[in-house]
Every structure is written in C-alpha cells, then in structure tokens.
Design a protein around this ligand. Structure first.
Ligand code: ATR
Length: 276
C-alpha cells in the first residue's frame, strides 16, 4: 500500500486517518495512513526520513504548517506561497513539494452549502495562522470586501496589508479591533481558537441580524459551537461548523497525492455519522 501520515503536536484527536481511509475505500486505493506526534526540534528530520523510507504524502497540522512551508521552499505551490504555510507535502524527483489545501477546503465546503462567495462581504474573525491560510482562497473566489477583526489589532492590519499584495482578483481589504467593528456582512467566519477555551467573542449585538451566514472553522461532533450559538441567537440564517472544511481540504490533498478526485460529500456524511 501507498504510505501517508499526518504530523502534528498534539495529534491524538486527528480525524485525518479515518478521512483518508474513507477516500481510499471509495476510490479503491490501498493506502496506509498513520498519525505521528513530532517534537518541534525533530520536524525536519522526521519529514525527510518519512520520504526517504518511501512515504508518498504527508498532511501537516499545528504547529508545523509554517515549518513545512519553509522546508519545501522553493518547491511550493502558489496556494502555499499565498498562505505562507503548507498542510500537504509530497516528493517528486527527490524534492519535497508543498501545497496548502485549507483555503480551497473552506471554499469548496461553502460552495457545497450554496454560500455565494462572488461579490460577497466577508468578515474574518482572528488573525492567526488559520486566517492567513484561508484568506487567499476567499479573495480568489471573488469576494468584494474582506474585513479582518482581531483582539490584537496590529495582527489584523498586518494581514490586511499582506492581502493587498496577493495576486488575483482585487478586493477591498480592511481591518480593525472588535471595539471598532461595524457594518453588515454576508458571511462571518470564526478563525480564532476562542471556542477551544470556551470564551465568547465580543461581537456587536446586531452583527448577525442581516441574514448573515456564520461559519466556524472549528468542528464538533454535533456540529454546534459557542460561536454558532452566538450567531443563531443573533439571527444568523445559516450556520456551519468546520467538519466540511476538514473533509474538503483532505479531498484536495488526496487528489494531489493520488491523481484521483474523491467525492467528498458522502465522506462528510459518513464522518458526521461516525462522530455522533
Ligand atoms: P491559529 O494558527 O489556529 O490561527 P494562532 O496563530 O495562535 O492560532 O491564532 C489564534 C487566533 O485566535 C488569534 O487571532 C487570537 O487573537 P490574538 O491575535 O489577539 O491572540 C485569537 N484568539 C484566541 N483566543 C481568543 C479569545 N479568547 N478571544 C478573541 N480572540 C482569540
């Protein structure tokens, strides 16, 4: 079988092995996909050894996506370059290549749910690695105005400045602190880790009242999160957790590695059923 793994720290709760087993089953491929916890000091050697031993592909998760990008430089895709990080590695002609499939994963999951990105006004909450990873794909999908709001305002402004330098369709990109947040948004995306600590975000009361769609990049077994509850209570018309984003980013990694495009939708349905 072709060998794959996901590297991270921690990695215990990763759904990627199950996800790829489902893609493999669907497409009739024989694969082995393991999860491996790596010490930060050993990341580079671990990756090199994996490919030296005949491994076909790696998914990279927290906290190694920037290191994965640096390791593959200059063999990085436009998507990885725009995101400044990589979640998918493979080897060609003895060289390690990298892509970031998180952004296309988010966009494809939104398209599945008939969320219109073209000409949309998008509010992205958070200015960490998760935001940086998906920002280029949202702009590429033709959003008209992207606003980044973050607790540390300087990080939001830094990302907005980076967005302006990206190739592709031009959108209005702005940034602010929560206290200065105003306006109405078609799509509101939570890319912070606030839900993990059970904290609610300091969002204006009327934020979701204009038929907004709320999307949390985090996922839970039942598909609900504190952010999505906040959104529904505020009047959001449609909410989604990030399980679909996980499945669609995985589908794109699978396609890159195996040159076979899996059908992500039934895999998402199966994974959701297994979780609940
Ligand atoms: P990731 O790679 O998952 O994005 P990160 O780079 O540590 O992780 O970024 C975490 C994001 O969640 C940041 O935008 C962070 O805000 P700060 O930049 O101000 O730290 C945000 N975040 C985490 N906990 C939060 C909370 N309780 N309230 C608001 N924002 C929070």
């Amino acid at each position: 079988p072709r060998k794959f793994a996901v590297l991270g720290n921690p990695i215990k709760h990763s759904l990627s092995p199950r996800l790829h087993a489902l893609f493999a089953q669907q497409t009739g491929l024989q694969i082995e996909y393991s999860k491996q916890c790596v010490e930060p000091a050993h990341f580079r050697d671990h990756v090199k050894q994996f490919f030296a031993a005949g491994g076909c592909g790696l998914n990279i998760t927290l906290p190694f996506k920037e290191q994965a990008y640096a390791l593959a430089d200059p063999r990085i895709s436009d998507r990885a370059r725009a995101a400044g990080s990589a979640n998918t590695l493979w080897q060609e002609n003895g060289e390690i290549h990298a892509c970031n499939t998180d952004g296309v994963g988010l966009v494809n999951d939104m398209l599945r749910q008939h969320i219109t990105l073209h000409d949309s006004r998008i509010l992205l909450i958070g200015a960490g690695g998760a935001t940086r990873g998906v920002m280029p794909a949202l702009l590429q999908a033709g959003c008209a105005h992207l606003h980044i709001v973050n607790r540390s305002e300087d990080k939001a402004h830094a990302l907005a400045a980076q967005a302006a330098a990206l190739p592709g369709p031009q959108a209005q990109v702005t940034a602010s602190a929560f206290s200065a947040l105003q306006g109405t948004w078609d799509i509101i995306v939570n890319a912070t880790s606030s839900s993990l600590s059970g904290q609610t975000l300091p969002l204006p009361d009327n934020l979701f009242r204009t038929n907004s769609v709320a999307y949390d990049m985090l996922y839970t077994a039942d598909g609900d999160t504190p952010f999505l509850q906040q959104a529904r209570n505020g009047g959001a018309r449609q909410t989604s957790d990030g399980l679909g984003m996980l499945v669609y980013q995985g589908a794109e990694s699978f396609r890159i590695w195996n040159q076979i495009e899996p059908d992500a939708a039934p895999v998402l349905t199966a994974l959701r059923m297994e979780l609940t």
